[in-house]
Design a protein around this ligand. Structure first.
Ligand code: FPP
Length: 300
């Protein structure tokens, strides 16, 4: 980092280890949105011969540390996969009940810290299917932090990406039918170039930029129905650490790794990243006129 680049206002609140990693980062290329699949609470507990529940409790502590580091580096958007639709449907009711209580306690305990860190809390998912008392606490926490202007912490709760796409499509259809569009007109809008963008306006995440970086803990190389639409071009970072062992320092390390990636969005890389031709070699293909595919095949 050059001496003239201003540091985040709360740089000195980072730990010395975090500052050492932050100093290696390009502050112009901090991701706008990091999304995390928090996995491994159960295994973390199992390795310590503890009950799974204790892994989740420790995982909730980790959430707060990671959120606070994110806020200290001015990360605009942090989205955490806290509870999937599949978790609700496929885990034993006692575990689901525990996770709901933990969420309630987490919010009650941490709203003050969120305000101290200028963090705004929001949610995505079919949250209307969660227990009414939990929904009430969620609304309270969102309202109590709504005026904050730093990091937006979005908790994905009762969330599934396929369900989100279905919900978006339904909302879009309802809107078009309410506007008096005929089925033929609706189909015509789906053929327009703006069709993807238009559907994006109906996703739960319509107000956010797409994630630049997805982090998954516990070493699994899976996306598990998380933000499938939005992560089309995200970089993915997988760490073997179990979520309760993940720290703010690890978040910064993931960002450091992200900054070493070259993002292409389906295009070509920057010329510097292409292999440099050897001295005296023919000019690069970029300088030459494009060859006909038939010519290339015939020369083999
Ligand atoms: C995966 O661990 C994690 C979850 C199912 C839920 C994530 C919940 C937390 C981090 C704690 C609560 C969060 C908040 C915001 C209060 P797992 O149980 O699938 O672990 P395993 O794969 O090792 O069994």
């Amino acid at each position: 980092m050059s001496a003239s680049t201003p540091k985040p206002r709360r740089y000195l609140e980072l730990t010395p280890e975090e500052r050492a990693v932050y100093d290696q980062l390009d502050p112009q290329r901090i991701p706008r949105h990091v999304a995390i699949i928090m996995d491994g609470n159960g295994r973390w507990a199992g390795k310590r011969r503890l009950q799974r529940f204790l892994g989740h409790s420790q995982g909730a502590e980790t959430v707060q540390y990671v959120v606070e580091t994110a806020s200290r580096i001015d990360l605009p958007w942090l989205t955490l996969y806290a509870f999937s639709l599949e978790n609700r449907l496929r885990r034993p009711p006692e575990e689901v009940g525990f996770l709901m209580k933990l969420l309630h306690l987490y919010l009650v305990k941490n709203v003050k810290r969120m305000n101290d860190n200028n963090v705004r809390i929001a949610y995505i998912g079919r949250t209307h299917e969660l227990p009414p008392d939990v929904q009430e606490t969620m609304r309270w926490a969102a309202d109590a932090t709504a005026k904050n202007t730093g990091t937006t912490l979005t908790l994905a709760l009762n969330y599934g990406a396929r369900a989100e796409i279905v919900d978006a499509f339904r909302a879009q259809l309802e809107q078009q039918l309410a506007a008096g569009r005929t089925p033929q007109e609706i189909i015509a809008t789906l053929k327009q170039e703006s069709a993807e963008e238009n559907l994006g306006h109906h996703l739960y995440t319509a107000h956010m930029p797409d994630p630049d970086l997805v982090v998954r803990t516990s070493g699994e190389f899976r996306i598990s129905n998380f933000l499938l639409w939005q992560i089309a071009y995200a970089e993915i970072f997988v760490t073997d650490r179990m979520w309760p062992d993940f720290t703010g320092l690890n978040l910064l390390e993931a960002i450091e790794d992200y900054q070493r990636r070259e993002r292409r969005y389906g295009g070509l890389g920057t010329p510097a990243a292409e292999a440099a031709p050897a001295a005296g070699a023919a000019p690069s293909a970029e300088a030459a006129p494009p060859a006909e595919p038939a010519t290339i095949l015939a020369s083999r």
